[in-house]
Ligand binder design. Sequence first.
Ligand SMILES: Nc1ncnc2c1ncn2[C@@H]1O[C@H](COP(=O)(O)OP(=O)(O)OP(=O)(O)O)[C@@H](O)[C@H]1O
Ligand SMILES: [Mg+2]
Length: 276
Amino acid sequence: MTSTYARDLDADLPLLLAAAQDRGAEAEVVVWDDPAVDWSSYEAVVIRSCWDYIERRAEFLAWAASVPRIHNPHEVLAWNTDKVYLRQLEAAGLPIIETRWNVGEGDDLGEHAEWVVKPTISAGSRDTARWATAEEVYAHSASLIGAGRTSMTQPYISSVDDEGETAMLYFGGELSHAIRKGPLLERGEGVRQDRDSRESITPRVPSAAQREIADHTMRVAEGITGSTFLYARVDLVTAADGSPLVIELKLTEPSVFLPQSDGGERRFVDAVLARS
Ligand SMILES: Nc1ncnc2c1ncn2[C@@H]1O[C@H](COP(=O)(O)OP(=O)(O)OP(=O)(O)O)[C@@H](O)[C@H]1O
Ligand SMILES: [Mg+2]
């Protein structure tokens, strides 16, 4: 399942279709808000690139609740589409990036050279920015709150500039592969709107510490939601002391970076077939 917007942008879709065909399974790409689709006719509906749901989250979740045999399930989507879930991961003992919620004028921002301000409901870095002054942080946070959104303020994790992020892809609960994603926020560029326009993705072998934190994140999220996940992506960055921090857990519409994997599409399709 995709969106009109992403149908030709999602590089994972052609590989998934080919892998399904190899396994002798019928598969097609359909658009989530196409009224002509009979969702009940499928043995499995797999959410992929519904990248236009951000401004239509309530409509998207209502749609997902109405679709039988949807992966990931509706309650997982409802939980995962607002990054306030990070508080629960933190409460369960996972290392997340130090985060202040709904920062107001004059609030303590900690001693940091730069900050990131972003809305809790977002993807593709939309409405996200990197700032070097407290005034800019306060103004951005106020504009998000003024628009009825929840804002998050974090220190800018400087290792991202060289090391990038590490995304760990799990299909059917098993680690399939990992990739490096290059930095996205440039100093002084202001608030970003475009999605994925300059993502640089390369394969990466995760460290033992990254595997341990990503596996732990999966177990904690399964416990909180009471579900298992057909697909999951744990995104990690590296703290100043070298330890991994969870930047986000994507259970809704993550790119799964199949072009940068070795056979990930087969593992994904096998996980779908195991659940259908
Ligand atoms: N605290 C931070 N320190 C450094 N870089 C950050 C930080 N927060 C966000 N970024 C950068 O901004 C990008 C987007 O932020 P994040 O991944 O939290 O939100 P998103 O919009 O859901 O992302 P996605 O592109 O994965 O959908 C990250 O990929 C990273 O490059
Ligand atoms: Mg991200």
